[in-house]
Design a protein around this ligand. Structure first.
Ligand code: GA4
Length: 321
């Protein structure tokens, strides 16, 4: 049975968020990336070279979309599997105080969906594609550092999966409007419940409004101070398997507040659907010579993910006996 792991709502603690300067000297950089993935499964990257205008243009296009009346936004939905969604997350009853756009990162898919989202669909497509292209580059750079830091001989073992034309990566823009009803003593509500991301790596950027929290191995929720100029990186379940548990995917959640709207944009980097997920060679060495997981394709994992609830520990289904 897959059970959601207990994550106390209010046990929060302040912590310095691990921050990695991508302009650091390379050999030191790859070790620092591996250490952050091992210790937290989460870090912030600075000096990432993503032009501010690319992010700002996507933010502007999405703000314009979310400002439309509900009946117009619904024409871009339901998010099943892609498009506009609100309140419901996934197909199994998970809910949050948010609305969102979920898009496949493939340019053709973006172009096909854009007419339901924006009046100037060509402009929308170009803006989304530009963003996807630059965040994909940062993601691949980080994955190359991971592989180098782990000592894997195939230098592009992970980034080649993301660059593959059949990569199943997706883009999600979440909009958390300010809460209307203030219940006494509770200024926050759950915008997006606790979960880990199923893919390889997630790269996230938000506006200047806080809300993201990560869950530490010590059992605390750590609020992540927003930083619209930088990106945050999260290890996903597939990278946990590909490092044979050396890295662990990070549980996280988003709270909403009564004052300001939060908008976050996430690129979820995934392999092609038919790619077999198995540990990278270097991660199968003493003391852990055996894979902790049964082999499975990304498509099989994704299917299992969609049969479960948001907070379930999906990897339990794939543990080796
Ligand atoms: C969490 C990460 C991404 O937002 C997402 C989500 C997906 C969805 O919203 O459709 C899922 C969720 C996410 C994991 C469990 C399943 C699938 C909702 C849900 C209940 C797009 C993804 O890939 O997995």
């Amino acid at each position: 049975m897959v059970v959601a792991s207990p994550a106390p709502i209010n046990k929060t603690k302040a912590m310095r968020i691990p921050t990695i300067d991508l302009s650091m000297e390379r050999s030191q950089l790859s070790q620092t990336v591996v250490k952050a993935c091992e210790d937290y499964g989460f870090f912030k990257v600075v000096n990432h070279n993503v032009p501010h205008e690319v992010t700002a243009r996507l933010e502007e296009e999405c703000a314009e979309f979310f400002a439309k009346p509900s009946h117009q936004k619904r024409r871009a939905g339901p998010a099943n599997p892609f498009g506009y969604g609100f309140t419901n997350i996934g197909p199994n009853g998970d809910m949050g105080d948010l609305e969102y756009l979920l898009l496949h990162a493939d340019p053709l898919s973006i172009a096909q969906r854009s007419p339901t989202i924006a009046h100037d669909s060509t402009k929308f497509s170009v803006v989304v594609n530009d963003f996807v292209e630059v965040v994909k580059e940062v993601t691949c750079e980080i994955l190359d550092l991971v592989v180098e830091g782990l000592g894997v001989s195939d230098k592009f073992a992970l980034s080649s999966l993301i660059r593959d034309v059949h990569s199943d990566s997706v883009l999600r823009i979440n909009h958390y409007p300010p809460l209307k009803v203030k219940s006494k003593g509770n200024k926050n509500s759950i915008g997006f419940g606790a979960h880990s991301d199923p893919q390889i790596l997630t790269i996230m950027r938000s506006n200047d409004v806080g809300g993201l929290q990560i869950y530490t191995r010590e059992g605390f929720w750590i609020p992540v101070p927003p930083d619209p100029t930088q990106f945050f990186v999260m290890v996903g379940d597939v990278l946990q398997v590909m490092t044979n548990g050396k890295f662990m995917s990070v549980r996280h959640r988003a709270l909403t507040n009564t004052l300001e709207a939060r908008m976050s944009m996430m690129y979820f980097a995934a392999p092609p659907l038919d790619w077999w997920i198995t540990p990278l060679p270097k991660t199968l060495s003493p003391p852990q010579n055996q894979s902790l997981y049964k082999p499975f394709t990304w498509g099989q994992y994704k299917e299992a993910t969609y049969t479960l609830r948001l907070g379930d520990s999906r990897l339990d289904l794939f543990k080796a006996q």
